[in-house]
Write a protein that binds this ligand. Structure first.
Ligand code: ADP
Ligand code: MG
Length: 163
């Protein structure tokens, strides 16, 4: 685990399961109201990561699918509800309101996870955890987690004391 800064974590994974283990580690740090953005090309592993996160929060087994067409999925029954959005088809920040994402974030009860968040970034809170997945060949991915704002100031320290 290489630490590249106070609030940035970079780690490599070698399989989808490995990426889900990273997501599970993050899950243990999450609190109501957290906003997570996922960036990375098609097939980088954004939905796979979300799957690991949802499972680790204890949501009863159910299919976590890409919300590309329904735009916002809700997963309930775990430690925290998860609002899973895919902004791939959105074209303007106002669409975040349209699909009910802002309401879910403002509600503050759960964790919002947004794939392709760069498309609606100006609508999202500045305090957020930005995650980037890069395909670095075959089944390898480089995952970077960057904490923005006071909420995430202790990310690197917390990460090191969790498993
Ligand atoms: P995205 O949501 O970013 O488009 P998906 O999670 O839907 O990507 O798909 C990622 C694909 O890559 C899956 O088929 C997954 O099994 C595969 N894969 C291979 N290696 C990894 C890895 N290290 N991390 C995540 N996914 C991986
Ligand atoms: Mg996806």
């Amino acid at each position: 685990m290489a630490l590249t800064g106070n609030d940035t974590i970079t780690t490599n994974t070698c399989s989808a399961e490995d990426t889900q283990a990273v997501a599970a580690r993050l899950a243990s740090l999450l609190r109501p109201g957290d906003v997570i953005t996922l960036a990375g090309d098609l097939g980088a592993g954004k939905t796979t990561f979300t799957r690991g996160l949802v499972a680790a929060l204890g949501v009863p087994a159910q299919a976590v699918t890409s919300p590309t067409f329904t735009l916002l999925h809700e997963y309930r029954g775990g430690r925290l509800p998860v609002y899973h959005a895919d902004a791939y088809r959105l074209t303007q920040a106002g669409d975040a309101e349209e699909i009910g994402l802002l309401e879910a974030i403002n509600d503050g009860q759960g964790v919002a996870v947004i794939e392709w968040a760069e498309r609606i970034i100006s609508a999202l809170p500045a305090a957020r955890l930005e995650i980037t997945l890069d395909d670095i060949g075959d089944d390898s991915r480089e995952i970077t987690l960057t904490g923005r704002g006071e909420r995430w100031a202790g990310l690197a320290r917390e990460w090191d004391t969790t498993c």
